[in-house]
Design a protein around this ligand. Structure first.
Ligand SMILES: Cc1cc2nc3c(=O)[nH]c(=O)nc-3n(C[C@H](O)[C@H](O)[C@H](O)COP(=O)(O)O)c2cc1C
Length: 156
């Protein structure tokens, strides 16, 4: 996933009739990702923690799908998300333990970002302590598997 830079963002905000061929291609790439999302009723994100945050590839993806006038719009009452009627599941994995603590900035960030696009129905499943010894890892994965198992009827 390419990172957002001035060239890409410039393409996103250029008037369609004034875009260069290069800008058309950059917008088409973003449009493809957005169309994939629009067609989905259910969205699943894998979310490992990398250095206390989300992987930069996920951030780059988010930067491609946040498009004013396409996936959200500005109003006098603030921004309104346009990707409504969807359910998202986020499977978060960490080497350490963060769930429910102020250091879990990933959960707040991902929840806020998805809500910004109109995806407010988001459920997180955590597998934590994966780098805290084999016993902790096994127990955490078993707990996560059970949570996933319980989600299956909801997904189906
Ligand atoms: C580059 C890198 C940075 C990581 N940083 C953290 C971190 O800040 N906190 C944490 O709990 N785990 C951290 N981990 C552990 C990952 O969260 C853990 O390996 C991952 O969630 C499990 O997915 P995997 O099977 O793809 O490794 C890091 C792992 C890598 C590779």
């Amino acid at each position: 996933m390419p990172h957002l830079d001035a060239e890409r963002f410039g393409a996103f905000i250029a008037k369609p009739e004034a875009r260069t061929l290069k800008q058309d291609a950059l917008v088409a790439y973003s449009d493809g990702l957005i169309n994939e999302l629009k067609q989905a009723d259910v969205i699943v994100l894998g979310l490992p923690m990398y250095n206390f945050g989300v992987p930069s590839a996920l951030k780059a993806y988010f930067d491609h799908i946040a498009r004013a006038g396409v996936t959200f719009k500005y109003t006098e009452k603030g921004p309104v998300g346009l990707l409504t009627g969807k359910k998202a599941y986020v499977f978060a994995t960490r080497g350490g333990l963060y769930e429910g603590t102020p250091r879990d900035t990933q959960t707040t960030y991902v929840r806020d970002f998805l809500a910004f696009l109109g995806i407010a129905d988001v459920q997180f499943v955590y597998a934590e302590g994966l780098a805290m010894g084999d016993a902790n890892k096994a127990a955490s994965l078993a707990k996560a598997r059970e949570s996933l198992h319980n989600l299956v009827p909801a997904i189906a």
